[in-house]
Design a protein around this ligand. Structure first.
Ligand code: PLP
Length: 423
């Protein structure tokens, strides 16, 4: 059965789409995935940081079912309650600065919306982004994405007036500094952009992942975010926090911005928002969102009523079951074990992370990125029933991103498999 589906997928589905495993899923519940041949796996990818409550949480499915009996699609012809309910919930859990929301379908679409809103509200064109960032694959979002060149290859010219500055990847400092003596040269670099490339009063926004996702699971030093905030406030440049991957508890707080005291002007959300139902959102300060005039942006499917009901139930469950606390606890447990594994295994160069967004970086003897070992470990884990994926420009970082509801027993079992796979 599995072989047939894979054969037909290769025949009918575009080769551009990469599947990360050879699993043909029959059923997924929580972090347990059963394939068509009866093999059982633990999904430590959360369906790409999306099934934050595990696959198909009962309360979310029930809320979606109830909504399906009322209305499935509105197309902006009708108002409906689930969208407003969701906006009210988001107002409570997003950073204090965020007041109003525009709903769409995917992360990339939210980033497109954020760029358009920033340009529209400021009347400025320039956009700052950071090297290693992933913001999606549609043209506007892609123009910001630099997590790997393959995403951009053969697609130029991209959106003009996008300027990239280094992201503080301190394990391999892009500015050649040492962590102990660093004076955040990555921020100083922005001053150079303003001096040589675009004056700050022509820059609409700086778009940043508060923790780098696809680019390598890298949390920046707090002083970097403070420096960025200071420069942006000084020059009236809007800060857009791309929280598509980091949002909804992934880092142990509702949003990664919360770790840094970052009050973004605009925020983008998707992935974990609705436990796998397609939905994304741009949130913004009222003073910014209210500048977006009627018809300046729009959507047919965005803010689907069923997805909104699923998102409300997702947020309620995260609150009711104290899921953020569990993510912090399980994240700390995993970090401790992985750090002690690092002491024993030369192949592990760095272990880092916030909450359940943990990266394990593999290196060769000379410290160079080790993609082969990374692949080997992932394959071995898969053979033993643990699904993991990699990230980073050199594909040498394994992401540990289980559902935030993972139990200590499940985490222990997964780390046992991981430890055995690392030689
Ligand atoms: C930070 C970030 N922004 C945007 C996106 C794009 O989201 P989507 O794949 O839903 O378009 C992603 C996807 O991984 C992401 O991690």
């Amino acid at each position: 059965m599995s072989k047939r589906v894979i054969r037909e997928a290769k025949k009918y589905i575009s080769p551009a789409l990469v599947f990360h495993s050879d699993i043909v899923v029959r059923k997924a519940k929580g972090l347990r995935v059963v394939d068509e041949d009866g093999r059982v796996f633990m999904d430590f990818t959360s369906g790409l940081a999306t099934a934050n409550l595990g696959h198909s949480p009962a309360e979310v499915i029930e809320a979606a079912r109830k909504q399906m009996d009322r209305i499935v699609h509105s197309g902006c012809i009708f108002y409906y309650e689930s969208e407003v309910d969701l906006a009210k919930r988001l107002k409570k859990i997003t950073p204090r600065s965020i007041d109003m929301f525009f709903f769409s379908n995917s992360g990339a679409e939210a980033v497109e919306g954020a760029i358009k809103l920033a340009r529209f509200a400021t009347g400025r064109q320039g956009i700052l982004a950071f090297m290693g960032g992933f913001h999606g694959r549609t043209y506007g979002a892609l123009s910001l994405t630099t997590s790997a060149v393959k995403y951009r290859k053969k697609y130029h010219p991209l959106l003009p007036s996008v300027y990239h500055a280094p992201y503080p990847y301190c394990y391999r400092c892009p500015m050649g500094q040492r962590v102990e003596s660093c004076s955040i040269d990555c921020i100083e670099y922005l001053e150079r952009v303003f001096k040589y490339q675009i004056p700050p009063d022509e820059v609409a926004c700086a778009v940043i992942e508060p923790v780098l996702g696809e680019g390598g699971y890298i949390a920046p030093p707090k002083k970097f975010i403070k420096g960025l905030k200071d420069i942006c406030r000084r020059e009236d440049i809007l800060i857009v926090a791309d929280e598509v991957q980091t949002g909804f508890g992934r880092t142990g707080r509702w949003f990664a911005s919360d770790h840094f005291g970052l009050d973004p002007d605009i925020i983008t959300m998707a992935k974990g928002i609705a436990s796998g139902f397609p939905l994304s959102a741009v949130g913004a300060r009222k003073s910014i969102m209210s500048k977006w005039t009627p018809g300046a942006h729009g959507t047919t499917f965005g803010g689907n009523p069923v997805s909104c009901a699923a998102a409300c139930a997702t947020i309620d469950k995260i609150e009711k079951d104290a899921v953020l606390g569990n993510a912090q606890k399980m994240g700390a447990y995993a970090l401790k074990r992985l750090n002690s594994l690092k002491e024993k295994r030369r192949a592990i160069g760095d272990v880092r992370g916030l909450g359940l967004m943990i990266g394990v970086e593999f290196i060769k003897k000379d410290g160079a990125p080790d993609r082969e070992s990374t692949e080997r470990v992932i394959k071995k884990c898969l053979k033993n029933g643990l699904v993991l994926i990699e990230c980073g420009v050199d594909k040498n970082v394994i992401r540990i991103m289980p559902p935030l509801t993972v139990t200590e027993g499940e985490m222990k079992k997964a780390l046992d498999i991981f430890e055995e796979a690392v030689v």
